[in-house]
Design a protein. Structure first.
Length: 271
C-alpha cells in the first residue's frame, strides 16, 4: 500500500517544478550570463540554474523544514525525517544556454533511501511527467491533458530507437562515441537530446525504445528512473546492478536485456 505521505510529496514536487520551470522559461535573459564552469569549459552552469535550485529548496523547506536535500548546485543536508529531495534544477544546461528547447527540471523524493516520487517538468513542451512508486506514471500536457504513461510495445533490438548522452570530458566522450558507432548498425537509430531527464521521460512516454548513458549523477536520473519504471520500462546499470555513474539504462522489457548485454560487451562503462 502506498504511504499516505507520498501524494503530498508529489503535490509539493509538482508545484516546485512548475514554479522553477516558469522561472527558467520566462526569466531567461537574452544575454545569458555564465556564473561558473563545471568539469570543462563546455559544461556551463548559469545564474538561472542556481536561482532555480534556490527556488525549489526554499519552497520545499517552507512546507517541510526538516527534510534533507541533494542538489546539483550544492544543496546538501541530511534532514531528520527520512525524506531527501534529489534535485536537478536545470537538466540540459547547454541546451538552455543555446536556446534549444530540450531541458527540464527534475525533482525526486527519497524515503529511507528509496525513490518514492518523481517529477520531470519540460517547460518548452508544456509537459509535466510525474510518478509515485507503485501507482504508475502520468504526464500532464497543455494539448492532451493528463494521461497514463506506458512504454512502447515490444520490438526487436534492430527496430529499437535508442537515445544516449556524452560526457563533457573529451577522453570519455571519445570512448562513448566509439560505443555508439558499434551500436548503430544493430539498432534502428540513435538519438542524443542533451538531457537525461527528458530521455527517461521519453522512454516512459513510448517515444524511445531505450536510453543509456555513463557518468550520470543521482540528480540526473532519480526522478526519470522512477517515471520510466512506473511506465513499465526496465532500468538498471551493469548486469545485476542498479543505475549508477558507471552505467544507467532504461528500456522496454524487450530491449533492455539485449541492449545491456551489448553495452557490457562493448565496455560502455569504462574508458
Amino acid at each position: 500500500m502506498t504511504d499516505p505521505l507520498h501524494p503530498d510529496l508529489l503535490a509539493l514536487a509538482r508545484e516546485a517544478a512548475r514554479r522553477a520551470g516558469e522561472l527558467l522559461r520566462d526569466g531567461r535573459p537574452a544575454d545569458l550570463a555564465v556564473a561558473a564552469t563545471k568539469s570543462s569549459p563546455i559544461d556551463v552552469v548559469t545564474e538561472m540554474d542556481i536561482a532555480a535550485e534556490k527556488l525549489i529548496t526554499g519552497l520545499i523547506s517552507e512546507h517541510r523544514p526538516d527534510d534533507g536535500f541533494l542538489g546539483e548546485e550544492g544543496a546538501s543536508s541530511t534532514g531528520r525525517t527520512g525524506i531527501r529531495w534529489v534535485i536537478d534544477p536545470l537538466d540540459g544546461t547547454v541546451n538552455y544556454l543555446y536556446g534549444l528547447p530540450t531541458w527540464a527540471v527534475s525533482i525526486a523524493a527519497e524515503q529511507d533511501g528509496e525513490t518514492v516520487v518523481g517529477v520531470v517538468e519540460i517547460p518548452m513542451r508544456g509537459e509535466s511527467y510525474h510518478a509515485v512508486r507503485g501507482r504508475g506514471a502520468r504526464v500532464t500536457g497543455a494539448r492532451e491533458g493528463e494521461r497514463e504513461l506506458s512504454c512502447r510495445a515490444p520490438a526487436p533490438l534492430d527496430q529499437a530507437l535508442v537515445s544516449t548522452g556524452f560526457n563533457y570530458v573529451t577522453e570519455v566522450r571519445t570512448h562513448q562515441a566509439e560505443v555508439a558507432r558499434r551500436l548503430i548498425p544493430l539498432l534502428r537509430d540513435i538519438r542524443r537530446s542533451g538531457s537525461a531527464a527528458v530521455d527517461l521521460a521519453d522512454v516512459a512516454a513510448g517515444r524511445l525504445d531505450g536510453y543509456y548513458e555513463r557518468g550520470l549523477h543521482p540528480w540526473d536520473l532519480a526522478a526519470g528512473d522512477l517515471i520510466a519504471r512506473e511506465a513499465g520500462a526496465l532500468t538498471g546499470g551493469r548486469p545485476g546492478e542498479r543505475p549508477s555513474r558507471d552505467l544507467a539504462i532504461a528500456a522496454t522489457p524487450a530491449v533492455f536485456e539485449p541492449l545491456q548485454r551489448l553495452l557490457e560487451d562493448f565496455g560502455a562503462w569504462h574508458d
